[in-house]
Design a binder for this molecule. Structure first.
Ligand code: ADP
Ligand code: ADP
Length: 232
């Protein structure tokens, strides 16, 4: 279970504090697909980056399975981050490395043996349907295929949570569908909790169980997707 408690984030711009998030209280259940929707500048990226402490909240707690990540030492946080995978709008693949090596990267960081790396990468490439492409480079793949690599890499260390930062925003509608289906499939098979941010209503309606609407740094509405979007 993930609990964001009274989260606030101020950025300092020209010596002045700019509030990007305030009074954020969200509880996300294990195994849930939870969406956060809002306009550009609403605070979505800041919110998702606070969950793995890529951004350090100015105030409040990020509690994952009872542990408040904001209280951890650098070392402890590094370890805790292995339980949190992330995928990005622009995939963030290493262009000079093969698909295999991109997926292997977090496993090598976690000091897995060569045999473990080989078997896990092959398993992950199979899961995302890219076994045939292991030796290619990112530039040889389509956008949807690149995001599949991103997903495989994010899942490498078998995280409990997958954070998706506008993960389909660079993709056409058909490819978006196939990536969302893959995410839903992985959620069903593994029980992984998925948190995604998007500015697209369809993405939320397609796969989310619950949604929070963020505006100007605050949650203005939250609940089951059908309920939130049917309210007058
Ligand atoms: P969204 O992802 O919904 O577009 P962001 O979280 O990127 O929103 O931004 C929320 C607010 O915080 C915006 O006003 C943005 O300009 C500001 N902001 C985001 N990142 C930074 C930063 N690194 N430094 C200063 N201000 C930032
Ligand atoms: P996106 O909305 O796709 O996340 P942005 O262009 O909003 O992309 O942000 C790209 C990067 O710039 C992010 O790391 C964000 O934190 C940072 N950023 C966004 N707004 C500002 C800002 N006003 N000042 C400084 N950095 C910002």
């Amino acid at each position: 279970m993930i609990k964001l408690q009274n989260l606030r984030k101020d950025y300092v711009v020209n010596k002045k504090a700019v509030t990007a998030l305030k009074r954020i209280d969200i509880t996300i259940e294990q195994g849930e697909i939870f969406g956060v929707i809002g306009h550009s500048g609403a605070g979505k990226s800041t919110l998702i980056r606070c969950i793995n402490l890529l951004e350090r909240p100015t105030q409040g707690s990020v509690i994952i399975d009872g542990v408040d990540l904001t209280t951890l030492s650098k070392r402890e946080l590094q370890k805790a981050r292995q339980d949190i995978g992330m995928i990005f709008q622009h995939f963030n693949l290493i262009s000079s490395s093969t698909i295999f090596e991109n997926v292997a990267f977090p496993l090598r960081l976690a000091k897995k043996s060569k045999a473990e790396v080989d078997s896990r990468v092959n398993e992950l490439l199979k899961l995302v349907g890219l076994s045939e492409h292991a030796k290619k480079y990112p530039s040889q793949l389509s956008g949807g295929q690149k995001q599949r690599v991103g997903i495989a890499r994010a899942l490498a260390n078998d995280p409990k949570v997958l954070l998706c930062d506008e993960a389909t925003s660079a993709l056409d509608p058909m490819t978006t569908q196939s990536i969302l289906r893959l995410l839903a499939d992985i959620n069903r098979k593994t029980g992984i909790t998925i948190i995604l941010i998007t500015h697209e209503m369809q993405v939320i309606q397609e796969i989310c169980d619950r949604v929070a609407v963020i505006d100007n740094g605050e949650i203005v509405e939250a609940g089951k997707v059908a309920e939130v979007f049917l309210r007058p």
